[in-house]
Design a protein around this ligand. Structure first.
Ligand code: PHE
Length: 448
């Protein structure tokens, strides 16, 4: 089963930096605040944290077990662990989801580049007269938005060409610590804003009157999206772990740090939303309209804004690298392509669909399927359908189908794991995760 020539992450820090690098991204800083904003703030946050702990951590463990246990891409992992080819089809769900997410994600990642250059151009220094809605709408409906998403995808492709250790690991090791420091600085700043108390109340005081089954599905989708879960990202990265990497510890650290960043992003954004009379329910443009408003009120605002959007760009990059690696590992290992051809194919597909997603804010805005624009459709189908479905199937597969000895051996690693922790994870994988995900999933879709 072992493939001695396979790439591996070099250090323990590299493991955490890459998995946290994958998890932390636009999902935390852009998607979490607007999802929480639209779905009642504190209540959403509480449910979200519950899902991360009860469903997210066990499913990360399941992906880690499959990845390191087989040292294979998602499709190959299912094939190696089970003789029936039907299971390997679940791998296709992951690959499809990764391509869909990469397409719409690159649009928003492209926006971070536009805002980065706008900040350098000192656009935000002209304070009160600038209408942030206008700036965003003019930009997002024009040709620059698809242009930036294509540029972003090319940068992404160039890093992926460099491979696992020199490309992925090196970039993550540098970027993640810097991102944390900057986020904390922004938090401190937001807490001094006049609307801080109101914003924090919105984020932390739960109002359950807004919670229904679609909010639960939204929170589940957000948890999976933010943890890069259910499509094989964590599985693919774990296939590059060394035998010494402790899986449960790494899974828990990744989940907790990712949740911390989402909460920090909420602390940055909601005080600002209330200070500047913005609407917490503004949707995908929330961060891009609200944050520049804070920046140009701050001393050295242009510098902060430039730094922030650059960091957001980098955080997106460590995430898109991880989602691209799913398909690239599949193309190289299952279809026998070179890394170069696989990267080109992955980038080409994403450019095609990414452009359609970008245009769905402008010339294609009237084109809708089931009432959703292409961008929203890609987001909804991948986050709220494919990821929970993939997560549910992975937990059933690891909990029920594969040999228990593999599960135990992988979780236990060097033998440092306490028996009750092991039993808890196995129990969660067999019962809590599949049943919990199934209930939320089917109720959210209106099936039960
Ligand atoms: N977790 C990433 C984020 O929060 C997005 C992502 C989803 C990355 C799926 C990989 C796979 O931004």
């Amino acid at each position: 089963m072992e493939n001695k020539n396979r790439a591996q992450f070099a250090t323990r820090l590299g493991v955490i930096a890459t998995t946290v690098g994958s998890a932390v991204g636009l999902g935390n800083i852009w998607r979490f605040p607007y999802e929480a904003g639209a779905h009642g703030g504190g209540a959403f946050l509480l449910i979200y944290i519950l899902f991360i702990l009860m469903l997210g951590i066990p499913v990360i463990c399941a992906e880690f077990i499959m990845g390191r246990g087989t040292r294979s891409n998602i499709f190959g992992a299912y094939r190696k662990l089970h003789s029936r080819p039907q299971w390997a089809w679940v791998g296709y769900i992951g690959i499809l989801a990764s391509l869909m997410i990469l397409s719409f994600y690159s649009v928003v990642a492209g926006w971070t580049l536009e805002y980065f250059f706008q900040s350098i151009g000192a656009c935000f220094s002209d304070t009160s007269s600038v209408d942030r809605h206008q700036v965003f709408d003019t930009f997002a409906t024009g040709w620059r938005s698809p242009m930036w998403s294509i540029i972003f995808l090319i940068v992404n492709g160039c890093i992926l060409l460099r491979g696992v250790q020199k490309g992925i690991e090196k970039v993550s090791n540098i970027l993640m610590p810097v991102l944390f420091v900057i986020l904390i600085l922004f938090c401190i700043n937001s807490l001094t804003l006049p609307g801080a108390a109101q914003g924090l109340e919105f984020l932390f005081l739960p109002d359950f009157s807004k919670v229904d089954s679609s909010v639960l599905l939204g929170a589940l989708g957000q948890a999976f999206f933010s943890l890069s879960l259910g499509l094989g990202t964590m599985l693919t990265y774990a296939s590059y772990f060394s035998d010494k990497t402790p899986l449960v510890k790494s899974a828990t650290t990744t989940a907790l740090l990712d949740t911390l960043v989402a909460i920090l992003a909420g602390i940055i954004i909601f005080p600002a939303v209330f200070s500047f009379n913005a609407e917490p329910t503004a949707g995908p443009k929330l961060v891009f309209e609200v944050l520049p408003s804070i920046f140009y009120q701050m001393p050295f605002g242009i510098g902060w804004s430039t730094l922030f959007f650059f960091l957001l760009f980098l955080a997106s990059l460590t995430s898109t690298i991880s989602m691209s690696e799913i398909a690239i590992a599949f193309f190289t290992e299952q279809l026998g392509m070179t890394r170069r051809a696989a990267t080109l194919l992955n980038t080409g597909i994403a450019i095609l669909f990414g452009t359609l997603c970008a245009l769905s804010f402008g010339s294609l805005s009237d084109f809708t399927i089931c009432g959703l624009t292409i961008f929203n459709l890609f987001d909804y189908v991948s986050s709220n359908i494919l990821l929970p479905l993939g997560g549910m199937l992975i937990s059933i597969f690891v909990g029920w189908v594969i040999d228990k000895k593999i599960v135990k051996a992988q979780l236990q690693g060097a033998g440092a794991l306490l028996p009750w922790v092991l039993n808890l994870i196995v129990f969660s994988l067999r019962y809590i995760a599949p049943i919990g995900i199934a209930l939320v999933f089917f109720a959210g879709l209106g099936i039960i």
